[in-house]
Design a protein around this ligand. Structure first.
Ligand code: C2E
Ligand code: MG
Ligand code: MG
Length: 619
């Protein structure tokens, strides 16, 4: 029993025995009071049965102890942050035993991943609200990092002062990894790990908002590898992937931190440059510099499985500042500029300009009109005479003309490529063939014209249609034209695709009695060995070499070489674009004895052509 305190009170708890022999927990409260004379003292003792209360407390302690040993890691610190207790889960998660942890501070687990600011904010929150929770990275005893979700609660004594801190944490490393993986899959390209279209669009939108504040320009560079498809088709996708990885690396080497390199899929990459000059011209110059560096880097040889592969790139650029254009329009502009770069011969960089947009809109309007051109009877075949060296007209090239109801006469240069880009080339090509065959049939009735050979241009797309040979035979049969009077003009681009298949198809055409000529010869890349395999009757020297004959020795040498090659291969050689007598004379000197060009006549409507014949051509 304790001594009485100064205030004359004393309290204690004891186990007492009742008269019936049973025990009970008792709280004994003593109070001493003194009379005025201070000689007489009264001691009042109150005994209360606290068995039930004590049971409850014990229970609570047991529950607390079980709770403390839960799956969550727990640690209790004193107000100075010194660990005074940890549970078994703590040991399991961190690798530190209770003995090792007690007496240390939680700094024991510090991974260095969070900075001073992080911990300062944590302490501030604890002081303000007595509570903090959040995610942090810690380090286990074995050095391994792990992520945890931590809750810290302050424990206060009856006087309001902090007596302890209790920290409870569970590991969330897997969860975070899964979250990161989901994020990676949603926003990054699986092959190159570069941002994908979705993340790029987000970043552009952010950058636009940023440029409003800073007033500086940003740029979008749309890149497409020029020869990727060939590699992918011929060497397989694994090699294709290797090239894409190398290309991605090269692009990244030429941008600054804060710029974005994204892969949209296939061989298309987008680079976003930020914080360029606020001056439009200077910003464009900066962009060109970076773009050219990337282009040059991409054009270097790619070592792939022991041999070097060459692949250039075409780059389209659109500049932005503020929200002047929507994000998808901005990308579309860069894409359009990229196509311009391709059209300009590849391995180049082009800026988007609004005139390009207008031209494009016009193109699609033209395409819509072209769809009706055949059915509305707006197409015409004109014929340009082909002569021998005695000035006799030996044939004609059929050249397509489009009589557009509003635009007037439209030349093939403005619509053939358009038709080739769509399936329109089919009905168009069929129409020309049909029309030329009808003309042959008509001309077969007159002595003046029955000897004429009519050449018809066939585009690559048309030639490679699976039913082209059958269609050709059907047209010849239907019109009743003599196939020996028909000649097809093919281009080199058509031959490159699949030489075996092309040769087979050409033989099938020749078997019908139709002749074959190789148009625009000298501008393509066909090798002599390739040329040797083609069952041709004629090669046609392209007009670019004819133009500077008699003035450019290089062109003279080329024409001479072509004529010699034709002779060796047993082929007839014709020159197109002959405009002057000097050119014709030079060609004749070199041994080229067939001519076509304005010197003799432009392409003519059939009746004009007949008149030209009757008036005595080339004299
Ligand atoms: P191409 O087959 O090389 O035709 C020769 C082009 O040169 C024609 O242009 C012709 O008008 C032009 N030309 C003729 N003589 C001279 C000359 O002395 N000087 C100059 N500077 N040019 C001359 P056109 O008719 O505008 O045809 C352009 C191209 O369009 C043709 O080039 C051909 O590739 C294509 N094309 C024309 N008609 C058809 C067709 O029916 N089908 C297909 N697939 N393509 C066609
Ligand atoms: Mg031609
Ligand atoms: Mg030509």
């Amino acid at each position: 029993m304790q001594a009485l305190r100064q205030d004359g009170r004393s309290t204690c708890e004891l186990t007492l025995q009742r008269s019936d022999g049973t025990f009970f927990d008792a709280s004994i409260d003593c109070l001493r009071s003194s009379r005025d004379d201070a000689l007489t003292h009264t001691l009042r003792v109150a005994i209360s049965d606290i068995t039930a209360r004590r049971k409850r407390t014990d229970e609570e302690r047991r529950i607390a102890a079980i709770a403390f040993e839960s799956q969550e890691g727990m640690m209790v610190t004193d107000p100075n942050g010194v660990i005074i207790r940890v549970n078994r889960a703590f040991t399991k998660l961190t690798g530190y035993s209770a003995e090792e942890a007690i007496g240390q501070t939680p700094n024991l687990l510090n991974s260095g991943r969070q900075d001073g600011d992080f911990y300062r904010q944590m302490w501030e929150a604890l002081k303000d609200s007595g509570y903090w929770q959040g995610k942090l990275w810690n380090r286990r005893k074995n050095g391994e990092l792990f992520a945890e979700w931590l809750t810290i609660s302050e424990v206060n004594g009856p006087d309001g002062r902090t007596t302890h801190y209790v920290g409870a944490f569970s590991e969330i490393t897997r969860h975070l990894e899964a979250e990161a993986e989901i994020h990676r899959l949603a926003y990054y390209d699986a092959l190159t790990h570069l941002p994908n279209r979705r993340l790029l669009l987000d970043r552009i939108a952010q950058a636009m908002a940023g440029s409003t504040r800073s007033n500086s320009f940003g740029a979008i560079l749309f890149l497409d590898l020029d020869n990727f498809k060939v590699l992918n088709d011929t060497r397989g996708h694994d090699v294709g992937d290797q090239l894409l990885l190398q290309a991605a690396e090269r692009i990244q080497m030429h941008v600054r931190e804060g710029d974005t390199v994204a892969r949209l899929g296939g061989d298309e990459f987008v680079v976003m440059l930020l914080n360029l000059s606020a001056d439009a011209h200077e910003a464009a110059a900066q962009t060109r510099l970076v773009g050219d560096k990337i282009r040059e880097a991409l054009a270097l040889p790619y070592p792939l499985n022991g041999c070097d592969f060459h692949c250039t790139s075409s780059i389209g650029v659109s500049m932005f500042r503020n929200h002047d254009v929507p994000v998808d329009t901005l990308l579309k502009h860069a894409d359009l500029a990229m196509y311009e770069a391709k059209n300009a011969g590849r391995n180049t960089l082009r800026f988007f300009d609004p005139a390009m947009q207008t031209a494009l809109e016009e193109r699609s309007a033209l395409e819509a009109d072209l769809r009706n051109a055949v059915s509305d009877g707006q197409l015409r075949a004109f014929y340009q005479p082909q002569l021998d060296d005695s000035g006799r007209v030996i044939g004609a090239e059929a050249l397509l003309r489009w009589l557009h109801p509003a635009r007037g006469l439209v030349l093939p240069g403005d619509f053939i490529a358009l038709a080739e880009g769509t399936d329109l080339i089919r009905p168009l090509g069929r129409w020309v063939l049909e029309s030329a065959c009808q003309q042959i049939r008509k001309w077969s009735a007159s002595k003046v014209t029955q000897h004429l050979i009519v050449a018809v241009n066939v585009s690559a797309r048309q030639f490679h249609q699976s039913d082209f040979v059958d269609e050709l035979a059907a047209i010849v049969a239907r019109t009743g034209a003599d196939p020996a009077r028909l000649k097809l003009e093919l281009t080199e681009s058509l031959v490159i695709e699949d030489i075996d298949k092309t040769v087979r198809r050409m033989q099938q055409i020749k078997a019908q009695g139709i002749a074959l000529s190789l148009d625009d010869f000298g501008t393509g890349f066909s090798s002599l060995s390739c040329l040797k395999r083609l069952p041709l009757d004629q090669i046609k020297v392209d007009q670019v070499f004819v133009r500077d004959l008699a003035s450019d020795p290089d062109d003279e040498a080329i024409v001479q070489a072509i004529v010699t090659m034709g002779r060796i291969l047993g082929l007839d050689v014709i020159a197109e674009g002959v405009e002057t007598i000097a050119q014709r004379d030079r060609l004749r000197e070199f041994g080229c004895l067939r001519y076509q060009g304005y010197l003799f006549a432009p392409p003519l409507a059939p009746d004009e052509f007949e008149r030209f014949l009757c008036e005595g051509a080339g004299s």
